[in-house]
Design a binder for this molecule. Sequence first.
Ligand SMILES: Nc1ncnc2c1ncn2[C@@H]1O[C@H](COP(=O)(O)OP(=O)(O)OP(=O)(O)O)[C@@H](O)[C@H]1O
Ligand SMILES: [Mg+2]
Length: 112
Amino acid sequence: MRPIEINTKSAKETKKVGFNLVAALGKKPTLNKALIITLEGNLGSGKTTFIQGLAKGFGVRENVLSPTFVILKEFPLSSGNFQNFYHVDAYRLKNPEELLELGFKEKIKEKL
Ligand SMILES: Nc1ncnc2c1ncn2[C@@H]1O[C@H](COP(=O)(O)OP(=O)(O)OP(=O)(O)O)[C@@H](O)[C@H]1O
Ligand SMILES: [Mg+2]
């Protein structure tokens, strides 16, 4: 699949791309599987801004901020295909095993 390039000129536009991505995923159940979206980018490149739009699209009511001192934050969802929205700040992980210690495997196997 060819990559898609989307350029944004403001934080508002970046949020909108995240929000629209959720709609683009459609309403089909995702085969009872977790959906993992990974972001890569330099400090201040707009990752959190994008996630804020994404979270809004999934129906998270709280504002999703970069979790200071928190690696994994859970936001329960009351509607849609998924039960929870998890924000993982992988940058803060010391090693991949740390994610397993936080119960990541169990969380992605949660009943939808
Ligand atoms: N086109 C744009 N898209 C996203 N953010 C933008 C844009 N232009 C300016 N900003 C601003 O850039 C700042 C940094 O964005 P953000 O916090 O989302 O980055 P980040 O990748 O999460 O950074 P960090 O790695 O430090 O957590 C924010 O204040 C945001 O409003
Ligand atoms: Mg951030």
